[in-house]
Design a protein around this ligand. Structure first.
Ligand code: ADP
Ligand code: MG
Length: 151
């Protein structure tokens, strides 16, 4: 079993409901057990700044799905909750976004999947809820979450 941290974000529609539905979908997935859910926080958009504010949170999970299968499941949940990659632009508004932030101490850089999430260490909106769940979690290559935040 691996422990992974999943980042959730939403800035279209009923954001709280979409994130709740995302967590419920993770919980109902064979091979995934949700351990803890962080508080949700409102955050300013990054990148494309002319868009609604995000609601962001992080969940910790225990899973027997390998990283690729976990990603496939996250993309499936995004699609089921109404995210459309045809009409949405990168860093633009989205109904739901599910990212693998950390997966044990795995370091992986493949087409379509990078772990740890390549922008995790520079995103307070992901680091803060992650620190709430486990401040001693290590972002491979960048150190402990609490230390990254303190910098
Ligand atoms: P972002 O989450 O960076 O705003 P998207 O949600 O649009 O961007 O994701 C685009 C692609 O990023 C996904 O189709 C997926 O293949 C890829 N990706 C790479 N690494 C990860 C990861 N750690 N977690 C989730 N998606 C990832
Ligand atoms: Mg994503």
């Amino acid at each position: 079993m691996a422990v992974a941290f999943i980042g959730l974000g939403a800035n279209l529609g009923d954001r709280r409901r979409s994130i709740g539905a995302g967590v419920a979908a993770l919980e109902s997935t064979p091979g995934i057990t949700v351990l803890r859910v962080s508080t949700l926080r409102e955050t300013e958009p990054v990148g494309v700044v002319d868009q609604p504010r995000f609601l962001n949170g992080v969940v910790s999970i225990e899973t027997r799905l390998p990283p690729r299968e976990l990603l496939a499941r996250l993309l499936e949940i995004e699609a089921a909750l109404g995210r459309s990659r045809d009409t949405e632009t990168r860093y633009g508004p989205r109904v739901i976004d599910l990212d693998i932030l950390l997966y044990d101490d795995v370091v992986l850089d493949e087409p379509g999947l990078t772990i740890p999430h390549p922008r995790l260490h520079e995103r307070p909106f992901a680091l803060e809820p992650l620190a709430e769940l486990d401040p001693d979690a290590v972002v491979p290559g960048h150190g402990r979450v609490r230390d990254i935040l303190a910098e």
